[in-house]
Structure formats: C-alpha cells, structure tokens
Write a protein that binds this ligand. Structure first.
Ligand SMILES: Cc1cc2nc3c(=O)[nH]c(=O)nc-3n(C[C@H](O)[C@H](O)[C@H](O)COP(=O)(O)OP(=O)(O)OC[C@H]3O[C@@H](n4cnc5c(N)ncnc54)[C@H](O)[C@@H]3O)c2cc1C
Length: 241
C-alpha cells in the first residue's frame, strides 16, 4: 500500500482523422458523394494543408458535429475514485473501469492530495486513516469469507474503501465531447485532480490532431471572457465588452 500518481496513456485514436473530418464537413456542403472521393483525398489529391484550412474555417463558424467522427481512447491509472466519479458524469463517452467486486483491494494504493502532502500533521492523519481503512477492509473480507460469501466478500468489504483509493479506467470520447470536457475541466475552477488529467489529455490531443485541438482549453479561451462571475480566477475579464 502506497500513494501513487497519475498515469495517462493514449491507447488509440481514429486513423486518417484529418481526411475523415474533412470528408464529413465536405459532405455537408457539396452535391458530390464523398464516398467516391475519400481514397483520392487520402492519397493527397487535395493536400492535407488545404484540408486542414477548410476544417479550421468551418470549425470557427461553430459547426462542430463533423469532429464527432474521430475518437480518442485513453487508459488512465493512479487516479482516485473521487476523480472517476466526476469523469463518468461526462455522458457522451464510453467507460470501462476496474471493478471493486472482481479486483481484491486489500493492498490498495491511494492518491495523496498536494495540500495534504505538504502539511505534515494532515499527512500523518491521512496516512493513518488509509492504514486503518485497509485493515478494516481486510477484517471484513475475512469475516465475510468465513460466512461463506467466498469471492463475493469484496462486494461488501469495499463499502469501507475511501474516495482516495486508486482506480484505473479506459475511456473513449469523440473530439466534440473532448472539446467540451476541456472547456469544463481545464478551467481553474475545476477540481485539481481532474484538471491535471484534463491538461495531460489536452497536450496529447494537441500533438495528435492540432487542427481540432490547437485552440482548445478552458471556455474563457474561446469566449475571451470568464463566465464564472465571482468564482473567476481573474485570468480573463468576467464581463464581455
Ligand atoms: C466546476 C464544476 C463543478 C461541478 N459541481 C457539481 C456538483 O456540485 N454537483 C453535480 O452533480 N455535478 C457537478 N458538476 C458536474 C456537471 O454538472 C456535469 O454533470 C459534468 O460536468 C458533465 O458535463 P455535461 O453534462 O455538460 O457533459 P456530458 O454528459 O458529456 O454532456 C455533454 C452535453 O450534452 C448535452 N446533454 C447530455 N445529456 C443531456 C440530457 N440528458 N439532457 C439535455 N442535454 C444533455 C448537454 O448540452 C451537455 O452539456 C460540476 C462540474 C464542474 C466542471
């Protein structure tokens, strides 16, 4: 049992993303059938730079749905259940999370919040509680196993596991959902752990598909002002000119 840190791995993303988004946009505005053109566009009949300029211009107009055809799949570990509870509230996504029923948590790792890590007294209380929670989990597991619950003992023993408990999750979001996720979760108002995850995901997306993600980030970046009122971090003015 020990404290652990965020790990983010991009498992996969939709191939030929630029030409795919380009084809989806073109189909909206053209009488021709893009199914007959796609292979040629992939081979460069229309240069990739030209495809990207087209995408940028249409995206800037607010027409976003064609980017839904491209998805990114991430594996994330070293995060708390507190984080994943927030993450899975984003409904336009698919999730596969480590089970607390099938996976034994007797040696669980945990996430140590930075504000607790830097306060010696708070850290001592926190770590003591993690040890107590682990011991209580183990005792309940043993008692329930003796009661004949077998492997199902985990199912009830897990009720004493803390929010800080490490979990692992694989999830897929399309680009439109990701843009929305970054607007909410890269914001300084978002909770520190999910903001750290969002910023790492954003860096990966910007590297893989800059035409879509170059200007992505907290919503103030797009709006040019902060809609958070008195909760604003002050980076942008709170009222639109
Ligand atoms: C700073 C912050 C604080 C928060 N605090 C709380 C809190 O105290 N309590 C709490 O419960 N949650 C809280 N949340 C979570 C928040 O309310 C959302 O559940 C979460 O951010 C997911 O956003 P979403 O619904 O826009 O995303 P998604 O579920 O991915 O949905 C994307 C968009 O699709 C549309 N949509 C999806 N489903 C529906 C639907 N059923 N009906 C209509 N439109 C739909 C909406 O336009 C939505 O914005 C907080 C989030 C943030 C960023």
């Amino acid at each position: 049992m020990s404290c652990t840190k965020l790990k983010v791995t991009l498992l996969a993303h939709t191939p030929n993303a630029i030409s795919l988004v380009y084809a989806a946009f073109r189909q909206c505005y053209s009488s021709e059938f893009v199914g007959d053109k796609f292979e040629k566009w992939l081979r460069g009949e229309i240069p990739l730079e030209q495809q990207q300029t087209f995408i940028q211009n249409v995206l800037a107009s607010g027409h976003e749905s064609p980017v839904e055809h491209v998805s990114f799949t991430f594996a994330v570990g070293g995060v708390s259940r507190a984080l994943t509870h927030q993450l899975v509230r984003h409904r336009i996504a698919s999730y596969s999370q480590q089970s607390q029923r099938y996976v034994d948590a007797k040696d669980f790792n945990y996430i140590l919040p930075p504000a607790i890590a830097t306060n010696p007294q708070a850290r001592q209380i926190f770590e003591q509680f993690m040890n107590e929670a682990a011991q209580t989990y183990l005792k309940l597991q043993e008692l329930l196993e003796k009661d004949g619950r077998g492997k199902k003992a985990n199912e009830d023993a897990r009720f004493v596991l803390p929010n800080a408990c490490e979990t692992k999750i694989v999830f897929t979001m399309n680009c439109r959902s990701l843009l929305h996720f970054f607007e909410l979760r890269c914001c300084n108002r978002a909770q520190w752990e999910i903001r750290e995850l969002a910023n790492k995901m954003l860096a990966i997306c910007q590297e893989k598909l800059p035409v879509v993600f170059k200007n992505a980030g907290p919503k103030c970046k797009r709006l040019g002002f902060c809609p958070e009122g008195k909760f604003s971090c002050g980076k942008y003015p709170t009222v639109r000119n």
